[in-house]
Design a protein around this ligand. Structure first.
Ligand SMILES: Cc1cc2nc3c(=O)[nH]c(=O)nc-3n(C[C@H](O)[C@H](O)[C@H](O)COP(=O)(O)OP(=O)(O)OC[C@H]3O[C@@H](n4cnc5c(N)ncnc54)[C@H](O)[C@@H]3O)c2cc1C
Length: 491
């Protein structure tokens, strides 16, 4: 049977767009993420208008087909050209896209119920993972409220890295559980997640970093991990394209993994809804009602919903959401930029990260190099613009450690926000009110921790004894001065 293509870069047909619409993904941003339109080399130039027309025909509103923003660079550009720019001469400003012009808001995905046992604020991997795990435990009177489209927050913007190479037994344990869930997640959710255990290779360019990875490897081995410290020559056996003069040793765990983040989000959302959870998109939480030590209702721009338990899983916006209840969280949002290259034949097994400058990159199963790197001069606050400065800093760092990539073109860049706490560990459990549960502060590792953590939190909420993380990572630890910083954060 003939197939009518809407997007030839990503092989998306009219049927795929119709299927997305039927599943409730009506707005263009969601359809983009559900089908892949607009993520290939043409950046939506050929498919955007056709997809919008098809959605309007199906019944979408003009607000819902608001065009998504093309992500710079507007033409695929060589890493070598970008590396030739001086990043220090480039602005640190909020970059492109600037704020889009206001348009009619896409329609909420359903009517707001009057009451729910659990209301979860935030439709990222944490909120959706919790919703799914609660429903799996039989707690189905759950409403999840997301102010935009699913995958609009950090959960749709991250590098998809899942590693057990951490520096504390707690994080190692959580990551090991998430990796194990990753092995069967696609089958459980009925969606391909491109979960791939290609390993993580951490490059240590200084003596101090070498000591750090040697110490970590001992801890990892105690926890049953296969981490080994490699010489540069041995690291070249794992990734032959590396320049071995750029580092002194490398930490290698072949069991770490990379996934494609979007299907994880869709998987949790779809299965949670199938089990009875209501996921309401384009609905914003605007305040709370309380009585004594309990929150009693969640106010939204679509009405008010009574709740027995409220969960703040709003990622980088969690301090903003907590403040609506008069609760102060110490979390700070921090922009992290990321990019993808043109697709290449498979050549790169692991995710590689340089501990000297925070560079990380892997190859997706679509063949693209996906990578990011933090900027120490990043201005504070929620911003998601993309900068040329990042492209140039990243290109320099990448071509230095893997010179062959100079001839590869960058296709697209974007940004998201880490939700950073003072000790780089999360905030979990009740804060301010007995029934106001925090599930935030996940810095640069919330995606990988979500499967394990949301399983534990759902169990606890359903009556299991609390895991130690719910006692260790409370908000009150900051007052008590009982913090132990996690320092193996990359990106
Ligand atoms: C560039 C980048 C790379 C990263 N790489 C990795 C990685 O490789 N591995 C890894 O594990 N982690 C990575 N992370 C971190 C990871 O993405 C986050 O820790 C994780 O996605 C956080 O999930 P979340 O559900 O807490 O937040 P989010 O996914 O941000 O979800 C929060 C949601 O709350 C919604 N919200 C906010 N305010 C309101 C309101 N008032 N009403 C209703 N809804 C609201 C937002 O719209 C948003 O969708 C990366 C992050 C970035 C930015």
């Amino acid at each position: 049977m003939a197939r009518t293509f809407i997007c030839t870069c990503e092989d998306v047909t009219v049927k795929d767009v119709r299927r997305a619409f039927e599943k409730g993904y009506r707005d263009l941003e969601s359809v983009k993420r559900y089908t892949g339109i607009g993520t290939g080399p043409c950046q939506g130039k050929t498919c955007l208008a056709i997809a919008a027309r098809e959605l309007l025909k199906l019944g979408a509103t003009p607000g819902e087909v608001m065009p998504f923003t093309v992500r710079p660079p507007l033409h695929p550009t060589f890493f070598s050209a970008l590396a030739s720019l001086d990043p220090e001469a480039l602005p640190l400003d909020e970059g492109v896209p600037r704020k889009p012009a206001p348009v009619e808001k896409p329609r909420p995905s359903g009517a707001l119920p009057k009451k729910a046992h659990v209301v979860i604020v935030g439709g990222g991997i944490m909120g959706l993972g919790l919703a799914y795990n609660l429903a799996k435990r039989g707690v189905t009177d759950v409403v999840l409220i997301e102010r935009g489209y699913l995958t609009g927050g950090a959960s749709g913007r991250n590098g998809g890295g899942v590693r057990a190479q951490w520096t504390t037994p707690t994080m190692i344990r959580l990551a090991q559980r998430s990796l194990a869930i990753g092995d069967s997640f696609a089958a459980e959710m009925g969606i391909n997640t491109w979960f791939r255990r290609g390993g993580y290779l951490f490059l240590a360019p200084s003596k101090k970093q070498v000591e750090r990875i040697e110490k970590n490897a001992v801890l990892h081995n105690e926890h049953g991990m296969r981490t080994r410290v490699l010489t540069p020559a041995e690291a070249k056996d794992v990734v032959p394209e590396l320049d071995p003069t750029r580092f002194l040793a490398a930490s290698w765990n072949p069991d770490d993994a990379v996934v494609f983040p979007w299907p994880y989000v869709w998987g949790y959302a779809t299965r949670a809804e199938a089990l009875g959870v209501k996921v309401l998109t384009f609905t914003r939480v605007t305040g709370f009602e309380s009585e004594g030590k309990r929150l009693t209702a969640v106010k939204t721009d679509q009405g008010t919903i009574q709740a027995d338990i409220v969960v703040n899983a709003a990622g980088a916006w969690s301090p903003e959401v907590a403040a609506l209840a008069g609760v102060k969280l110490p979390n700070e949002p921090e922009r992290h930029e990321i990019l993808v290259s043109e697709p290449l034949k498979p050549f790169l097994g692991p995710l590689v990260s340089n501990l000297g400058n925070g560079l990380y990159f892997s190859q997706s199963l679509r063949g693209e190099i996906v990578g990011g790197m933090a900027d120490p001069n990043e201005p504070e606050g929620i911003q998601m613009g993309s900068t040329l400065r990042f492209l140039s800093r990243f290109a320099r760092a990448l071509t230095e450690v893997m010179p062959i990539t100079g001839g590869v073109k960058v296709m697209r860049q974007w940004a998201g926000c880490y939700d950073v706490t003072p000790d780089n560990n999360p905030i979990l459990g009740a804060a301010g009110y007995d029934n106001f549960l925090q599930l935030n502060g996940w810095v640069g590792h919330g995606f990988m921790m979500a499967p394990a953590v949301t399983e534990l939190m759902a169990g606890w909420m359903a009556g299991d004894p609390p895991d130690e993380i719910f006692e260790r990572f409370t908000l009150s630890r900051f007052e008590r001065g009982e913090t132990a910083g996690e320092d193996f954060i990359i990106g």
